[in-house]
Design a protein. Sequence first.
Length: 79
Amino acid sequence: MRARQQGVIQKGTKMPKVKTNSSAKKRFKVTGTGEITYQKSFKRHILTKKSKKRKRNLNKKGIVSGPNTDFVKRLLRLK
């Protein structure tokens, strides 16, 4: 059994690392130019009622809009 050491600061300890948001790193990617992209929704199932044009446009990557970029960057620890 080990004794607890509460309130004892060891020599050479560092501040803890800040973790990125796990769900955000799976959903967003940063392009070479610095834009943040994501995959558009509504392309998984029930595709028969959607037009070809609509499905084709859903294939394209979405770009995070201006007001939301700061929030997403904070989740990804880019800011």
